[in-house]
Design a protein around this ligand. Structure first.
Ligand SMILES: Cc1ncc(COP(=O)(O)O)c(C=O)c1O
Length: 385
């Protein structure tokens, strides 16, 4: 099987390449002036108080939680339809992930089911802006306020997403973004935590680098040498300048990238709206999505093939696709450790067997989108029940 239209390709030009070369020539590769510049630009773009450069979104989720020092066994509510990282960090802190099903249409956390999962041990809620569509944050924030819970937003898919006209990352909750290779902008690997809380900003800056009081750039900086002190047992989660060099220029392209994604998503919508065997995801009135993923769900009862057979056929036609996701409660870890049952999460269970993500990125051409649409339509028409 040879794939000539991959699921994702990043878009760099001479600006990124020259900035990386300049970083290499400067001799300073790790956290330093480029990271600081990217953090400042990112903070301005989001319109938040603070932005801390990290080596992943996972690091951001983990640090936002770790700085709170909840008691082992306390509970954190999140969605079952997410990448393992969201819930792994809960377990790293010896806390218990409590999974909630998703709402049909957007696959974001079903806000109406959060209340029934809140117990005296609940400490936090981690909503995931799935595929770049925002969760309905007002009711989540009302619950958090009422029950004194922390909110940490997983915005791995949601750079550029707006909720009721406000950018995700600027709603006042600690929010973690990803710059992994296939994200809307990329630094290869990387992440950013945004917050309006000065003390969280300070704590995360210490915790991202082993718990040291000052990072190397400041220790050897112009203001004279000063020795570090170890404050806390921290982590090695800092962003390196060589990655930030990419981010600085990727961020400048963000509006153009979003325009192209939106145009291509509309082309897919148009092509698939007349195919009854396909369900396309919905957009709520409060949402301006980032169009990070374009997900289709197969109506399997109307087809003679399974989702996995569909994936084989589309890849045989040279088009790369991916699955986001097989829900967490279906994973062996959760079945074994938490005894999760399929009928506790009927919506996510059903979608997990029927969804796939089509390629959607600015380096694709209009012809590529038409090609993918035609391949999908052909597979459907050859396999109708
Ligand atoms: C929903 C979600 N959360 C968290 C992550 C982790 O991001 P990173 O790879 O930057 O740690 C991902 C990664 O794709 C994700 O999809």
């Amino acid at each position: 099987m040879s794939i000539d239209l991959p699921f994702h390709k990043s878009w760099f030009d001479d600006n990124e390449i020259n900035e990386v070369i300049e970083t290499l020539k400067s001799g300073w590769l790790t956290t330093g002036p480029k990271t600081k510049r990217f953090e400042d630009d990112f903070k301005d773009y989001i319109g938040c108080g603070y932005a801390i450069g990290l080596n992943s979104c996972t690091a951001g989720l983990h640090l936002a939680l770790a700085t709170k020092r909840f008691k082992a066994g306390d509970e954190v509510i999140t969605t079952t339809m997410t990448f393992p990282a969201t819930a792994n960090v809960i377990m790293h802190e010896r806390l218990c992930p409590v999974l909630v099903d998703v709402e049909p249409g957007t696959l974001t956390i079903d806000v109406n089911q959060i209340l029934e999962k809140i117990t005296p041990k609940t400490r936090a809620i981690m909503p995931v802006h799935f595929a770049g569509h925002p969760c309905d944050m007002d009711p989540v924030m009302e619950l958090a306020e009422k029950y004194k819970l922390l909110i940490i937003e997983d915005a791995a898919h949601a750079l550029e997403t707006k909720y009721k006209g406000r950018k995700i990352g600027g709603l006042g909750n600690p929010t973690a973004f990803s710059f992994y290779a296939n994200k809307n902008i990329t630094t290869g690997e990387g992440g950013m935590l945004t917050t309006n809380d000065e003390s969280l900003d300070e704590m995360v800056r210490v915790m991202r680098l082993h718990g040291l009081s000052r990072d190397a750039w400041k220790r050897f900086g112009k203001s004279g040498f000063s020795q570090w002190e170890l404050r806390l047992p921290g982590f090695k989660y800092n962003m390196a300048d060589i990655n930030a060099a990419l981010g600085i220029h990727q961020l400048k392209k963000i509006n153009n990238f979003l325009k192209i994604r939106k145009q291509y998503a509309a082309m897919y919508d148009e092509a698939f709206s007349q195919i009854p065997e396909l369900e396309i995801l919905e957009k709520r009135d409060y949402a301006e999505p980032s169009y990070h993923l374009y997900i289709i769900a197969l109506r399997l009862e109307q087809l003679t093939i399974t989702r996995d057979q569909f994936v084989d056929k589309i890849q045989s036609a040279g088009v790369g696709v991916a699955i986001h996701y097989q829900a967490l409660h279906l994973q062996p870890l959760y079945k074994k450790k938490f005894n999760t049952r399929l009928d506790d999460y009927p919506v996510a269970t059903s979608y997990s067997a029927r969804i796939l993500s089509l390629p959607l990125y600015p380096r694709m051409s209009v012809q590529d989108i038409e090609r993918v649409s035609n391949v999908v339509a052909d597979i459907i028409s050859c396999n109708r029940r």
